[in-house]
Write a protein of this length. Structure first.
Length: 175
């Protein structure tokens, strides 16, 4: 007969093994769809290279995987690597052009590696947000979506995982 301590350790170890196996598999699979340059700017990539993955929250990566595999169309986050104009749609840092001139406290989810802005090829941002809401049960954590700016629908998707426990699994907010 197992002692309570042994049983507790066994249950805990099984949970941790399952959790970290899922995290590892998601991380391995995410690189089928995204490279790190799509999630960080050139400054971060030039300094950290492939180790910059450590700055991106694993739950955010799992959410991106749910969307990319569920929708089935390519997504654009940052495209600076290929000569595009997007470089601030993933991780932001104190030297990022969108951040460095801030004069008051700035604690965006982007700074913590918990947010991305993106487009999905062949879909409007409204349609992507609807898909995310309709598939809320597929996400491993709570998700926030920006919806309107000054009363008008935003034409890109902002997704972050800065959760508020009182909110539903997927919820939209206006900026």
């Amino acid at each position: 007969m197992l002692s309570v301590g042994t049983l507790t350790r066994t249950v805990c170890n099984n949970f941790l093994y399952s959790y970290y196996t899922k995290q590892y598999n998601a991380m391995k699979k995410i690189t089928d769809y995204f490279c790190i340059e799509e999630l960080v700017d050139k400054t971060v990539f030039d300094k950290y290279g492939q180790s910059a993955w450590k700055f991106i929250d694993k739950d955010l990566l799992a959410c991106l995987l749910v969307i990319r595999e569920g929708i089935g169309f390519p997504m654009t986050i940052n495209n600076w690597k290929w000569g595009g104009s997007f470089s601030q749609r993933g991780l932001r840092h104190n030297m990022s052009s969108l951040v460095k001139n801030k004069t008051r406290l700035y604690l965006s989810a982007h700074i913590f590696g918990k947010a991305v802005d993106f487009d999905v090829q062949g879909m409007t941002a409204v349609d992507v947000r609807k898909w995310i809401v309709d598939n809320a049960d597929k996400f491993p954590c709570k998700v926030r979506l920006e919806r309107n700016m000054k009363g008008n629908p935003i034409n890109w998707v902002h997704l972050d995982i800065m959760s508020d426990e009182s909110k539903p699994q997927v919820y939209q907010f206006d900026v």
